[in-house]
Ligand binder design. Sequence first.
Ligand code: F0G
Length: 448
Amino acid sequence: MRTIIEPFRIKSVEPLRQTTPEERERYLEQAGYNLFLIEAGNILIDLLTDSGTSAMSTEQWAAVMRGDESYAGSESFFRLKRVVDELTGFRHMIPCHQGRAAERILFSVVARPGHIVPSNTHFDTTRANIEFTGARAVDLPIPEAADTQLRMDFKGNMDVAALESLIAAEGADRIPLVMLTITNNSGGGQPVSMANIEAVKSVSARHGIPFYLDACRFAENAWFIREREPGYADWSPKRIARKMFSLADGCTFSAKKDAFANIGGLLCSNDDRVAQQETNLLILTEGFPTYGGLAGRDLEAIAVGLEEVLDPDYLRYRIISTGYLGNHIAEHGVPIVEPPGGHAIYIDAARMLPHIPPHQFPGQALAVELYRHAGIRSVEIGSVMFGAAARHELLRLAIPRRVYTQSHIDYVVEAILEVNAQKERIRGMEIVEEPPFLRHFSARFRRL
Ligand code: F0G
């Protein structure tokens, strides 16, 4: 059979509320044309993020009931620890309330002013947590990643030669760790090959620098390796994931992505001294080490999710259904970051709307129009989010896991194509009010 179906059936449903374009125009005005400020009840299809928005399975909900809420020594912690040990092999694992909490604790322990932390591309919270310690976050994507239209199997890779030069120029003692984000979210949801993980590991190890994974979307990355990298076609996703983790000295992980949990994160390492310092900080701000800012039931949901996410039927459907959205709009002339990523499709808004210059925020203008036209929420990743540092003007359509069916995605395709057919009418935007940092969350705009 050629038809790919959702590998689940639906047991509990959540109604969607239809609104009219006139109502949405009013909500937009009230929200200052910032989609973060629109009530979720007024959104029809929400593609703002794939983080914390997954549908949990019956097994996860059953496990939630088993949650042991003991302050210390919760059984749920040990259940999660067994799953993480088996998957990653790391000596130490501490739970945190989400990925950025793991980042804050890790970099508070290892980084300080004068340090440099390289990555293929840091996610914004990772960068912010590094810079908060006074260290510098450096992105070393392969040069091909700059061309949104180039199709390549592993466009999320790190430029290993650039890493070598950075270490030679700055000195290994100023680099507390090297990181790889898998998949590379800020780089378009593009995967990193096993060969690249091995190469980065080997350079880091040669210089005595610990090597960490930002493993938020490790299972999606494992699937891309299975599909695209010679030698892995008959490996299970779990075996590939175990190999990826075995190459690393530690990881940060947001359980809100590839663990289908609505909250949670993990910080893992093989270094006893670092882990001890991390645990001390954890107790200070997150909680006792056997719950780390989460409820016992959250630990259970993560433990079950980490096993479910490696199901080949799920991963095949996940990657193909994300590609379905990307390929359908691209075939009709909507420029996307090629090839489609694992968790999201990124429209190249600057290329789609050449009449809107970057300082008039083409990504934001497109996000506003897509909501006005069809009630779909997406997010600008461009000059609104990054200011002058923006490398592209993108609109991200992130796909929540196991939430929307193919007909929802067909609706999204139709809406984007209708917007594309009248794209000359879309006008640029101007910021009328903005906070001193992270302005995309609360800035207000007007149409020009
Ligand atoms: N690392 C990556 C690669 C991420 O994509 C995220 C979150 C984090 C770290 C932080 O994890 O949200 O649990 O604190 N990404 C979400 C997104 C917010 O929409 O891409 P968190």
